[in-house]
Design a protein around this ligand. Structure first.
Ligand SMILES: *Cc1c(COP(=O)(O)O)cnc(C)c1O
Length: 212
């Protein structure tokens, strides 16, 4: 169902469906539910907590070595090394201290997970994090200077805002800053996100059902 909706939205936007990566957000889901999706070919998964991922994923990865794991939640600098060791992509780079911590962890371990810089609103009541659009160029410059492999921008629409104009703004920010990938769109708005240029959509409940 989700795949069909992605294909339809891509077609409407005259985009190639292969350019859109579906990340199954498996936070709170137990291993059997995750294995069921792996068994039907899903390979990209997202978690929002480092510790939960450290418990769940080593065994799953052993069984499915080509699974790719994305960290989509906020990351504390003191967990940067753990995150670099475990994840293939980190979607919530949103401040200078974290850029530094990630760069050091990457230098030390030799692992270089793809990084997405999270864009948000300064006074978002939901506290979802993210750098303000006006501060994005400076943070990107720092991330590039630290040789962080920045591949994309990520966002969660601020609470109470229409997602479509917000997604369009993100697309423009990516274009303006020479960034190729856009991590945006969740269960309620991924079709809108695909129409507006998302390359990485993060879908949880629409795939797994309601989280408990
Ligand atoms: C939980 C979560 C999602 C998935 O949300 P659903 O509404 O269940 O699709 C996507 N992105 C982030 C950052 C999340 O924390």
């Amino acid at each position: 169902m989700v795949c069909r909706h992605i294909a339809l939205a891509a077609k409407e936007a005259k985009r190639c469906v292969n350019d859109i990566r579906l990340i199954a957000i498996s936070k709170t889901q137990a291993a059997p539910a995750i294995s069921a999706l792996l068994a039907v070919g899903q390979r990209d998964f997202g978690e929002n907590r480092v510790q939960e991922s450290q418990r769940k994923w080593p065994a799953l990865r052993e069984a499915w070595p080509d699974a790719r794991l994305h960290l989509v939640g906020q990351l504390q600098s003191n967990k940067a090394a753990d995150a670099v060791a475990l994840f293939d992509a980190i979607h919530a780079v949103d401040r200078l201290s974290l850029v530094g911590a990630l760069a050091r962890a990457m230098d030390k371990s030799g692992r270089r997970p793809d990084c997405f810089v999270q864009v948000g609103m300064i006074q978002d009541e939901g506290q979802r994090g993210g750098v303000a659009a006006t501060d994005l160029p400076a943070l990107l410059a720092e991330a590039r200077a630290a040789a962080l492999p920045v591949v994309g921008l990520m966002t969660v629409p601020p609470v109470g805002l229409e997602p479509a104009p917000w997604f369009a703004l993100l697309t423009k920010l990516a274009d303006d800053n020479g960034i190729g990938r856009l991590s945006m769109g969740m269960s309620g708005d991924y079709q809108t996100a695909v129409r507006l240029g998302a390359t990485d959509i993060r879908v949880g409940t629409a795939l797994f059902g309601q989280r408990i």
